[in-house]
Design a protein. Structure first.
Length: 265
């Protein structure tokens, strides 16, 4: 079995339009059997051929071929380097915010999703991670709010529920000039309408429950990163937290998003 740990070891399908990328997926078919409908691997563990000849898979908390297909598909759609499919949108947000350490400073949208706001107030603040919630459409206010300890700017655009919009490119430029990373919650627009990594953002998060899923019957979250080093940090955190998306959500998201794309035509 081919080892898919290296995202760049597979076609990025750069010559295809987004709709075709969605239809084909990353690998598209099962690499072993050729099954046109990608199998759902419900195993917890994987057998190696030998100590020297490993399959590339070990424990489902860390890696699963079906989850990996979804992750690599989202990586292609968002034009990122690594992706992680997790159990909910808040699991995705929590995974990303785990990059912050005590003493760091976070700036985030003033109309951010309620769950994200609770995460900041109930989890980050007790750990001495400072934060400011501001109107990120005001770039001068952003410049005044940044401190030497600002490590992350978390943008939700459009916001939930007021649909406020922020300039990802301009904010990314300001952030990078101050050695901060930019995270964009792309739940409302999905990569069909907006690809933040191409606009300068470093990380994209999704609640797959909403427009990616499209039918209110899937609970899932997605994280896509542009930088390899950030991806490796999140990979370790993801393994530790055990946040990987459960088996029955893997292909639901892929199939639902295909429908959503064509409904948007």
């Amino acid at each position: 079995m081919k080892n898919f740990n290296d995202y760049k070891d597979n076609s990025r399908k750069e010559n295809l339009k987004l709709e075709s990328k969605v239809v084909h997926g990353a690998n598209g078919v099962d690499p072993v059997t050729g099954a046109m409908s990608y199998p759902i691997y419900q195993t917890a563990t994987f057998k190696h051929h030998s100590i020297e000849d490993k399959s590339g898979y070990n424990y489902a908390r860390c890696i699963n071929p079906t989850r990996e297909e979804l992750e690599r598909t989202m990586c292609i759609l968002e034009e990122g380097n690594r992706a992680y499919a997790v159990n909910s949108g808040m699991a995705a947000v929590s995974l990303v915010l785990s990059l912050l350490k005590p003493g760091d400073h976070l700036i985030y949208s003033d109309d951010v999703y309620g769950g994200t706001c609770r995460e900041v107030n109930e989890v980050l603040t007790p750990y001495k991670i400072n934060s400011d919630s501001i109107d990120l459409s005001d770039l001068e206010l952003l410049k005044r709010t940044i401190t030497p300890n600002t490590k992350m700017i978390f943008i939700e655009t459009p916001t939930n529920p007021m649909m406020k919009v922020a300039d990802i490119s301009a904010i990314s430029k300001i952030a990078h000039e101050n050695s901060a990373i930019v995270v964009v919650d792309n739940t409302f627009l999905t990569p069909y309408f907006q690809r933040p990594l191409t606009l300068g953002a470093d990380i994209v998060v999704h609640s797959g429950t909403k427009y990616l899923g499209g039918h209110n019957d899937v609970l899932a979250g997605i994280v896509v990163v542009k930088d390899k080093d950030i991806g490796e940090k999140l990979e370790i955190q993801n393994y530790i937290y055990g946040a990987g998306l459960r088996t029955n959500g893997f292909m639901d998201i892929t199939k639902r998003y295909k429908n959503t794309c064509f409904k948007n035509e």
